[in-house]
Design a protein around this ligand. Structure first.
Ligand SMILES: C[S@@+](CC[C@H](N)C(=O)[O-])C[C@H]1O[C@@H](n2cnc3c(N)ncnc32)[C@H](O)[C@@H]1O
Length: 424
């Protein structure tokens, strides 16, 4: 089935889960699949600094793939961005000192133009943009929703990151992503990288990326899986994920919108990667970091639910935050969650903090009065729930039945890059 939208076709390969046996390939328009939902591109809340309606990342799949090839062949990569910025200045995409970066990139080459556009969000001259996107007309890139024409020149509407050879479009960097509620789609962050590193990489039939965001885990899994389902509650996230699949020429990712495992209730997976918002906080709104659920409910719920979605021998890696008593071993609660689940379990701890330190680490970039109020609120919340310590890490499960399962807890090695700790 191919669906038209505004005269443009946005095709992705969709495998119908309803049909068993040989997967039926269907062409679907991801945006249209969500057509009955409120438009993901109508901004709500505090999108005050956006010049126009949010990008509708829809276009001909061939043009998207062509754009991906153009950007990659220009040499656009995190290393190139780092070098262009200067090795020491690696902070945010729009830090206060960003005006100095375009000076470093004064000589226009396709690469420097792309970095200015997508990493620094600088306005570039139209001729520069034309040269950088050639042979794709800049008008086509604008139609995709990636850039827009302004009086002063061309500016990007999205951020563009590179990870392990993959290009990922996402919302531009903002210091306080949680101010944007559940609609905001950030790029790659340290937790994404941790999950990517721990995920077991072996050829599999079917993989799930739960809480896909801009699709990083799904795209990585698509390289060694026949089929990947990317689930997110946020339709804007799915739009980015589908677009990014096209940008990297990947055709085996299906995007499904819904709550947690809701869109995949009848499926079993050989691989699950899960990075849902699991920060423990009093924030009641679902947002990038916050589930809106009390304490560590989201982490416990996902860990307890996951084994039922794993096929025999299947692996799941789940980022978690959990609470425990000060004098209790940090791994105890998670060990309880997996008790009797029919899975071997390896918990890798990233860190443990007292509530005040944990809160201080998450509450950032606010003015002093707001910071203090928020800190009080968070700490008061931990006191009310009797929370003494909070740990963070990643749990990997392997479904193995019927035999005695084991549980092991270790420290997550720092800076180790890709981990492949599982041996049969
Ligand atoms: C921390 S981001 C993960 C992004 C990406 N997986 C990565 O590793 O970089 C969490 C994502 O989970 C999604 N999400 C939050 N609550 C959800 C829910 N109840 N069901 C499905 N997705 C949810 C958010 O919309 C967001 O895109």
């Amino acid at each position: 089935m191919s669906v038209l939208s505004g005269g443009r076709v946005w095709r992705a390969i969709c495998y119908s889960e309803a049909r068993a046996g040989t997967p039926a390939e269907e062409e679907i328009m991801v945006g249209n699949q969500l057509a009955n939902e409120p438009s993901p591109f109508k901004r709500t809340g505090r999108w005050t600094d956006k010049p126009r309606s949010y990008p509708a990342l829809s276009a001909d799949i061939r043009s998207i793939a062509a754009l991906g090839r153009i950007v990659k062949s220009a040499g656009y990569s995190e290393a190139a961005i780092r070098e262009a910025r200067g090795a020491q200045i690696m902070q945010s995409h729009n830090s206060a000192d960003s005006p100095r970066h375009p000076k470093r990139l004064a000589v226009p080459t396709p690469l420097s133009t792309l970095i200015k556009l997508f990493a620094l969000r600088a306005v570039v001259r139209e001729e520069e943009a034309r040269a950088a996107f050639f042979p794709l007309p800049v008008e086509e890139v604008e139609e995709m929703g990636l850039v827009e024409s302004r009086l002063e020149g061309i500016q990007s509407c999205v951020g563009l990151s590179e990870f392990d050879g993959l290009l990922l479009a996402h919302d531009p960097h903002h210091e306080n992503v949680n101010d944007f509620g559940s609609e905001y789609v950030p790029g790659i962050n340290p937790t994404s990288v941790t999950l990517a590193g721990v995920t077991v990489r072996q050829p599999v039939h079917r993989a799930l990326d739960l809480g896909t965001g801009c699709g990083l885990q799904a795209l990585l899994a698509a390289r060694h899986s026949e089929r990947v389902i990317a689930v997110d509650a946020n339709p804007r996230a799915l739009n980015y994920a589908a677009f990014n699949a096209g940008l990297n020429g990947l055709t085996n990712i299906e995007c499904r919108r819904g709550d947690l495992f809701g869109p995949v209730t009848d499926c079993r997976f050989d691989l699950i990667a899960c990075n849902l918002p699991c920060v423990i906080s009093p924030e009641s709104r679902r947002a990038f970091h916050h589930s809106g659920l009390a304490g560590d409910t989201i982490s416990e719920g996902i860990v307890r639910a996951t084994p039922a979605y794993l096929s025999k021998g299947g692996f799941a890696s789940i980022l978690c935050n959990w609470t425990h008593a000060r004098d209790e071993h940090w791994s105890s609660p998670v060990q309880n969650w997996v008790e009797g689940a029919g899975c071997d379990a390896w918990l890798l701890r990233h860190d443990t903090h007292d509530p005040l330190t944990y809160a201080a680490l998450w509450i950032r970039n606010r003015n002093t009065i707001e910071y203090e109020r928020t800190l009080q609120r968070w700490v008061g919340y931990y006191q009310r729930l009797g929370i003494e310590a909070i740990s963070a890490g990643v749990l990997t499960l392997r479904r193995q039945t019927p035999r005695l399962n084991w549980f092991r807890a270790d420290e997550l090695p720092v800076g180790s890059g890709t981990l492949q700790p599982w041996k049969n």
